[in-house]
Design a protein around this ligand. Structure first.
Ligand SMILES: [Zn+2]
Length: 479
């Protein structure tokens, strides 16, 4: 017996079954019911959110043979419905623009358009990844799209609407498919598992739904992989066998090392993550995920339900989140996202990962943005000193401790710290700035700092400094 993958077996068959796109389904149903179906549609959205399913349902609604006119409730049983459902109907032509990009393909389409459908009411062209068409092909399509014969409908699907020429867009009705919310993916997974008579932990379902990142197809592919393990019961940790991830403990430990500016400890944590089978990209994703949770806990409070934190570590994470401020999280996440993209195309991924970790551990740049701004603005306010995040002082203390212990340890540690000898030297000879050493430094109130950080010019300046205003401060101090 052949096995049908879940994504095909459980593809939505009616407008009401499409998960997460209720508004679009409602609009299309109304159009069909009122006989106001447009001749061209543009379906936009990321992969696996139901564009092709919706296109096929619309084609079925127009062409179902069980009724005399288009229907909002196609039967799903007639020949036309069945052929359309698998993309093999003579009158509903599915074209993959990625492999048919040329003018010739569209010319052929154009000459076929004039013939009436063989058995259905409408000839429907579903063109997938339409943005891949060449400019010539788009131009060849325009005339037909402007005034197609009344028996022709076009449905274009794309993951990159900005690459579809405005001339084409303006001749279509555009629908933007949203990423499917985690809850709805989880709900659908639960009902599919019931239908398949497979028992699964709630935590596992949530995790798959989260990993799918808004794409039902991704969620179902992952579930397919898990089902192929052939277990009667899908336990929560099973997903780790397929997609290894760093344990929460390891991520907590790594973040602690970063918060303590301890690059050596952070690198050793990284080594353990990678040794556990985590690829470079998944390492970056795991850390991003962890930092995102911390950021939300920090910004929204420890009780927020915006993050799904395993109950066992929630308290520990709530405590850890205080160790960075919101701006630091934003910086770290964007740096890791850059890393995630870079390691894909690099042959020296490990070096990039290690470099990123070292950079994250060199964290005084975060706390110094505010004081740098204060220097630039020349604002003085005694109250601000009290308001300065506890992180600055804690870190300074940790740093001194870490530095002295490190200088006693030769070997690996010393090698790890060759990154910036000059910087190190400065750090050793000059004690880290204690609050008293900053007496001459003007300090702004937190309100002023927040306002300054929102200033586009300041944001630009931070970009120019590549998030390292500490260097500027040091140079500033010399004069
Ligand atoms: Zn039918």
């Amino acid at each position: 017996m052949s096995y049908t993958v879940l994504a095909r077996k459980y593809r939505s068959r009616t407008f009401d079954e499409v998960i997460g796109q209720e508004a679009i389904a409602r609009t299309l149903k109304n159009a069909v019911a009122n006989g106001r179906v447009h001749h061209g549609y543009l379906f936009c959205g990321t992969r696996g959110v139901g564009k092709t399913s919706m296109a096929r349902i619309l084609a079925k609604a127009l062409n179902c043979l069980a009724t005399d006119t288009p229907t909002t409730d196609p039967c799903g049983a007639c020949e036309a419905c069945q052929a359309i459902a698998v993309g093999q109907d003579l009158d509903v032509i599915e074209i993959d623009a990625a492999s048919n990009t040329g003018v010739d393909n569209i010319r052929e389409l154009r000459s076929n358009v004039q013939y009436r459908p063989s058995r259905c009411r409408f000839k429907v062209y579903i063109i997938d990844e339409v943005h891949m068409l060449s400019t010539g092909a788009f131009n060849a399509l325009l005339k037909t799209l402007e005034e197609p014969p009344s028996h022709v409908k076009f449905i274009f699907c794309t993951t990159e609407p900005h690459r579809v020429p405005p001339t084409v867009q303006s001749r279509c009705q555009r629908f933007d498919f949203r990423s499917i919310p985690t809850d709805q993916i989880a709900g659908q997974l639960t009902s599919i598992l019931q239908a398949e008579s497979v028992d699964a932990d709630e935590a596992l379902i949530r995790r798959i739904a989260r990993l799918a990142d808004g794409s039902m197809r991704d969620a179902l592919s992952l579930l397919d992989q898990l089902l192929s393990l052939g277990q009667d019961h899908l336990a929560a940790d099973l997903v780790d066998e397929i997609l290894p991830r760093a344990g929460d403990e390891l991520m907590l430990e790594l973040t602690n090392a970063l918060a303590g500016n301890d690059a050596a400890a952070a690198l050793s944590c990284t080594e353990r993550c990678l040794a556990a089978g985590l690829g470079f990209e998944r390492f970056a994703v795991s850390l991003i995920d962890h930092l995102r949770c911390l950021m939300l806990l920090r910004v929204c409070g420890a009780d927020t339900d915006l993050v799904e934190v395993p109950a066992g570590v929630r308290q520990e994470m709530a405590a850890q989140c205080e160790r960075f401020d919101a701006a630091a999280y934003v910086y770290m996440i964007s740096l890791l996202e850059q890393l995630r993209r870079n390691v894909r195309f690099s042959t020296c991924g490990r070096a990039l990962v290690d470099a990123a970790v070292v950079r994250l551990a060199d964290a005084d740049k975060f706390s110094s943005i505010e004081s740098l701004l204060a220097e630039l603005d020349g604002v003085e306010s005694g109250q601000a000193k009290a308001e300065r995040t506890p992180r600055g002082t804690v870190d300074t203390a940790t740093k001194i401790g870490a530095d002295s212990s490190r200088s006693a340890t030769p070997g690996k540690t010393a090698r790890n710290r060759q990154r910036a000898p000059a910087e190190r030297a400065t750090k050793r000879t000059t004690p880290p700035p204690a609050p008293s050493a900053r007496a001459d430094m003007p300090a702004p109130s937190s309100g002023q700092v927040q306002a300054a950080l929102r200033d586009p010019l300041v944001q630009r300046a931070m970009e120019v400094f590549q998030g390292r205003p500490i260097d500027v401060k040091r140079i500033y101090g010399r004069h």
